[in-house]
Ligand binder design. Structure first.
Ligand code: SF4
Length: 381
């Protein structure tokens, strides 16, 4: 199954504990970005558009572990940038696993075969390989030929070595449902442990602004894909079925941005993994001082088309907890693809977008200029 029983049980126990403690807002997955530097420059990526001085920065192992401990989430997803460029990452991963956390290491797989023996197979460790579709589609998506083949070769090697391996698939406007369904069949045949799928977020700094999906197009696309796989039952997703049901327009969810908080070089990102509208120094500060009500679909223009898993998986998880029977029936029957979609949250009262990107970048650049040369030595991995 997409999410192993051990993980489901441990997360269940964690959620129960939060409820007993009457915590309304709590994290499920820490989204860790230990660096922004990448060895690819994908058209739909809004994560790497920084000056070289910032791209050269890394979170140290100590900073990574501090974030893991402070946040307390049972799952840690390591993204970036390309995490395998971080030389100290194997040590960080080992220490995170020693803390009983489940680690999902995201990679474009270009360095995976070279670095694979720096990591050990474990039920607590999963490679998450970026693959947006078949060879033609993926290589176009990452703007480089040959990446798909390298990724598939690395997936096969990792499976042969006994690792858990997922893929992370981001879909954009123009994706062909037939081709995506066929792609899901093909990667499933590789023996994958799970597929994570999501529409791309319309990053304001992404080079390609033409191919982001709006809400209606997202729901239609996912219905067309699920239709071709018995309501999604043909494939092993490492996601809540209720989230997939939301993608297909059968649920109208508000997001739960604090469920997947993001820590990177700038600090704890407000309000979520997708939007950087300021940074808090500590996780507690993030949780206590973010004006959560001013974000989300219907509240903020930049959220209008967001249906990304990092924002809505937490909501789906909560809904599953409230109504486990609904989830069980959905898993049995598959996702509805024919009935009318549910009414979505109105967008007309959303406050206008604010553009704040340059403020924290300028602040960080000024800080870096004044730091000691010794600090600059940790830059290059
Ligand atoms: S809808 Fe929620 S998760 Fe999506 S960008 Fe807005 S705050 Fe973030």
């Amino acid at each position: 199954m997409g999410i192993p029983l051990l993980q489901t049980a441990k997360i269940g126990a964690y959620v129960l504990k939060q409820q007993i403690m009457r915590r309304e807002k709590y994290p499920l997955v820490l989204m860790l970005e230990p660096l922004f530097r990448c060895n690819l420059a994908c058209a739909g990526c809004g994560k790497i558009d920084y000056p070289a001085e910032i791209l050269n920065q890394r979170l140290s192992v100590a900073e990574i572990l501090e974030a893991v401990d402070e946040c307390g989430a049972p799952v840690v997803t390591i993204a970036g940038g390309e995490p395998l460029l971080h030389k100290e990452l194997p040590e960080a991963v080992e220490k995170i696993i020693q803390r009983g956390k489940f680690v999902y290491l995201c990679t474009n797989a270009l360095l995976m075969e070279k670095k694979i023996d720096d990591y050990k197979p474990s039920p607590y460790f999963t490679w998450t390989v970026h693959l947006d579709g078949d060879k033609v589609h993926h290589d176009k998506s990452v703007c480089q030929d040959g990446v798909y083949e390298k990724a598939v070769s690395a997936i096969k090697l990792a499976k042969a070595k006994g690792f858990r391996v997922n893929i992370n698939c981001t879909l954009f406007d123009g994706a062909d449902p037939e081709a995506i369904a066929k792609f899901f069949d093909e990667v499933t045949a590789l023996g994958l442990d799970g597929i994570t799928v999501s529409p791309g977020y319309a990053y304001e700094r992404a080079p390609d602004q033409q191919h982001f999906l709006n809400r209606t197009k997202t729901k239609t696309l996912f219905r067309e894909i699920f239709k071709r796989g018995r309501g999604g039952k043909n494939w092993q997703f490492s996601q809540s079925t209720l989230f997939l049901d939301f993608l297909a327009g059968n649920q109208a969810y508000e997001c739960t941005p604090w469920a997947m908080p993001c820590r990177n070089y700038f600090g704890w990102q407000r309000p979520c993994y997708l939007l950087g509208e300021g940074y808090a120094k500590t996780f507690t500060e993030l949780m206590e001082t973010t004006d959560w009500d001013s974000y989300g679909v219907g509240n903020y223009e930049k959220c209008s088309n967001c249906m990304v898993h990092s924002g809505f998986e937490g909501t789906a998880a909560k809904a599953a907890l409230k109504n486990p029977l609904k989830l069980a029936l959905l898993q049995m029957r598959g996702i509805e693809t024919e009935k009318p979609m549910v009414a979505d949250i109105p967008l007309d009262k959303a406050r206008p977008a604010k553009f704040v990107f340059s403020a924290h970048v300028q602040q960080a650049m000024a800080k870096l200029k004044h730091e000691k040369p010794a600090n600059q030595q940790k830059e290059i991995a």
